[in-house]
Write a protein that binds this ligand. Structure first.
Ligand code: SAH
Ligand code: SF4
Length: 380
């Protein structure tokens, strides 16, 4: 069976080549061809010996994702739908800004964790993406955007273009990255490797719903910037909104965040908090939230809820979000409201649905009752 070289982390590639009698520097050369020049034709890898090129051609291949959809929003946000086999597909989203280009990367086809307000969770879970499928999103986006920039049939290597179009990666697409630990860490190592994408740890953010033991493993294996999906300030509410909380409740999660910080590339944790009208957006929730995060250096990112077909929530009114933010700020916390990007192409947070055909777990029916009777959630 031929090996897809995109599936190999830097150390796995070195081992693979060493097992075939190649010197360690070959791995660096091959990494650069794959991840900086996006070359998949071994004959074009001109600094490898003829014999090495032939050996690679016999046993390896370079296969990027199969694109089945490509949509650009009015604000320039671009979403690719990528095949994930057996009728499944995942989405990856490019978010251009003046000073950076961010790619929102998926880690699983679907998600088993079943958060009440998430379109991906509603799909159920199909399977984990491989390292090649995760890094393939970055490979594809850089390659395509560079080709567009150069307006040429073959992409300009980003080393020659001056910089890669993608300067930041957020693992905030479909799936729970820490539930696909090994493949995600393999892809992270490629993102960080100077012979591959060379991103600093500060520019790679992993978002998790809070799988506590895996947060500790990430700290040991490959600490990158950490975002934690909080969404509720007490266990009773979080148990309903983010069901993994029943297994790893808030006190455990806060302790894991504190343990992560000494190894983290930033000196704060980002807490994400989706604003759900009448559910978690009251002044009392803000007060509880201040207490909860008191011992964790953090920034809070308030995310207006992005609706999707069949969702049972509404986003909090703008004035409520601002009042909630103000309460947090008044207590000395840094709280920002996330700008929604690409909502006209359903590319905003939590709207990524992809296609999940062979789901092995269906979403549990969880009904969330709003705390204010004046603002009932729409029934779906
Ligand atoms: N599984 C990981 C990462 C993917 S979700 C996690 O849960 O953190 C990325 C972010 O989008 C999370 O904070 C998630 O809670 C949020 N999100 C999910 N559905 C959303 C929606 N409909 N509107 C706004 N944000 C949503
Ligand atoms: Fe999974 Fe994250 Fe969606 Fe929860 S919010 S269902 S963990 S992708």
């Amino acid at each position: 069976m031929t090996t897809n070289l995109l599936d190999l982390s830097p150390s796995a590639l070195a081992d693979w080549l060493a097992a075939r009698g190649e010197k360690p520097f070959r791995a660096r050369q091959v990494l650069r061809w794959l991840h900086q020049r996006f070359v998949g034709d071994f004959e074009a890898m001109t600094d490898l010996s003829k014999a090495s090129r032939a050996a690679l051609a016999a046993e390896a291949k370079v296969v990027g994702p199969t694109v089945i959809g490509d949509t650009t929003a009015a604000d320039g946000t671009r979403k690719w739908l990528l095949a994930a086999g057996s009728g499944n597909a995942v989405e990856t989203v490019y978010i251009p800004e003046d000073d950076r280009g961010t790619l929102c990367v998926s880690s699983q086809a679907g998600c088993a964790l079943d958060c009440a307000f998430c379109s991906t969770g509603k799909q159920g879970f199909a399977r984990n993406l491989t390292t090649g499928e995760i890094i393939g999103q970055l490979w594809h986006a850089n390659r395509t955007l560079l080709a567009d920039l150069a307006d040429a049939p073959s992409p300009t290597p980003w080393v020659e273009a001056g910089r890669a179009p993608i300067t930041n990666v957020v693992l905030m697409g479909m799936g729970e990255p820490l539930a696909n630990f090994d493949h995600v860490v393999g892809a992270l190592r490629l993102m960080l490797d100077d012979n591959a994408y060379g991103l600093s740890r500060r520019r790679v953010t992993l978002s998790t719903s809070g799988i506590v033991p895996a947060i500790d493993r990430l700290r040991e294996a490959c600490p990158v910037a950490l975002a934690v999906s909080l969404h509720a300030p007490n266990d009773a509410l979080r148990d309903r909104l983010v069901p993994i909380n029943r297994k790893h409740p808030l006190a455990e999660l806060m302790a894991a965040c504190r343990r992560y910080l000494p190894a983290a590339p930033r000196d704060f944790i980002t807490f994400e908090y989706v604003m759900l009208d009448g559910v978690n957006d009251q002044d009392t929730h803000a007060t509880e939230l201040v207490q909860l995060v008191r011992d964790v250096p953090c920034k809070l990112n308030l995310i207006p809820f992005n609706p999707f077909p069949g969702s049972e929530f509404r986003t909090s009114p703008r004035a409520r979000i601002v009042a909630f933010q103000q309460r947090l700020n008044d207590a000395g916390l840094v709280a920002t409201v996330r700008k929604t990007r690409g909502d006209d192409i359903a590319a905003a947070c939590g709207q990524l649905a992809g296609q999940v055909q062979d789901r092995i777990k269906r979403r549990l029916a969880t009904r969330i009752v709003p705390v204010r009777t004046a603002s009932p959630v729409a029934s779906s």
